[in-house]
Write a protein that binds this ligand. Structure first.
Ligand code: SF4
Ligand code: SF4
Length: 83
């Protein structure tokens, strides 16, 4: 499923939809994000890293759970600033 949205935390800013390089996130009429094409996600992490409300988590495929990435580190926002 790739990106999973916590709609309780989501503030409806739309940043995840704007920053997704695959344009697979759309904003619904309720101003909440939806995965329009979930199987086209390539786990870049942009939606996860850029969400100001920390409302996005990534449901990584099994093989990615064993590879060190910013998504599974404890402080992804600090890591992003170092790039
Ligand atoms: S970036 Fe975060 S807060 Fe903004 S719409 Fe997406 S999930 Fe909601
Ligand atoms: S991980 Fe990347 S490709 Fe997948 S939904 Fe988020 S921004 Fe789009």
């Amino acid at each position: 499923m790739a990106a999973v949205f916590d709609l309780e935390k989501c503030v409806g800013c739309g940043i995840c939809a704007k920053h997704c390089p695959e344009d697979i996130i759309v904003m619904g009429e309720d101003k909440k994000p939806l995965m329009k094409y979930p199987y086209e996600c390539w786990y870049c992490g942009a939606c996860y890293i850029d969400c100001p409300a920390q409302a996005v988590s990534l449901d990584l495929p099994l093989f990615m759970k064993f590879v060190p990435t910013p998504y599974v580190c404890e402080k992804p926002r600090k890591i992003r600033r170092e790039y």
